[in-house]
Design a protein around this ligand. Structure first.
Ligand code: SAM
Length: 214
């Protein structure tokens, strides 16, 4: 594992319990995120390509019950063993495993869809073609991808400081146009674009894209 990946992974191990507290009940306060995920689930089920979806960069696992309530079967993957541990503890009814989204332990065209909620924003520019290609590889033709992200200018940021836990890692706030370009280059067609202004505790607008695997 390279030094940047190790930094990101170990930072999220340290952040795991902090995120458990921060994300508790978060989806109840985020109607736009809920609606976006609901639309993703409806589109995926309507496509008739199955129910199993990957929650890629699943973090504390709190999206699993939200997705399951909309009829799909989520399966979480996260780089950080600490995140996987809290997700398994707090959401024991759902499967979570350690994996890097740049090399998913999944067969080609094995999922009906993937959700990447604030997990693609850590990809260094050089890693993006492989990562988006990997997402396209595991989704069945006709299946869907949904992503939520911080809509920004693509510049490198150092994240983690706000938690006050002494960890830092690289992040990139991508513009919607950049995110779209990566998705279309990988073999997805955009079917929905969304955006909302920042909430009081957010520094950027939030972007949302849903795309169909061609
Ligand atoms: C900001 S958290 C979001 C977690 C969750 N999706 C949510 O919305 O609450 C980002 C998560 O992505 C994971 N992550 C970052 N890079 C990853 C990679 N290359 N492969 C898998 N997971 C990754 C981190 O470990 C972290 O748990």
């Amino acid at each position: 594992m390279d030094a940047k990946t190790e930094e990101l992974r170990s930072a999220h191990d340290v952040l795991a319990e902090f995120y458990v507290e921060r994300m508790a009940g978060a989806m109840d306060r985020m109607p736009v995120d809920r609606a976006m995920l609901g639309l993703f689930c409806d589109l995926t089920l309507a496509a008739g390509v199955g129910r199993e979806v990957g929650d890629i960069g699943s973090g504390t696992g709190h999206l699993a019950p939200v997705l399951a309530a909309r009829g799909v079967s989520p399966r979480g993957f996260d780089l950080s063993p600490g995140m996987v541990k809290v997700a398994r503890r707090d959401y024991p009814d759902f499967p979570f495993e350690e994996a890097d989204l740049r090399a998913l332990p999944l067969a080609d065209a094995s999922l009906a869809g993937v959700v990447c909620w604030y997990s693609l924003i850590f990809l260094a520019p050089a890693d993006r073609p492989v990562a988006f290609g990997e997402l396209a590889r595991v989704v069945k033709p006709g299946g869907y991808l949904a992503t939520g992200f911080k809509d920004g200018d693509g510049r490198l940021r150092r994240g983690g400081r706000s938690a006050g836990l002494g960890v830092e890692y690289d992040g990139y706030w991508l513009s919607a146009a950049e995110m779209e370009a990566h998705l279309t280059d990988a073999g997805f067609a955009i079917v929905f674009r969304g955006s909302r202004p920042p909430d009081a505790d957010e520094s950027t607008p939030q972007g949302y894209l849903i795309a169909r695997r061609m």
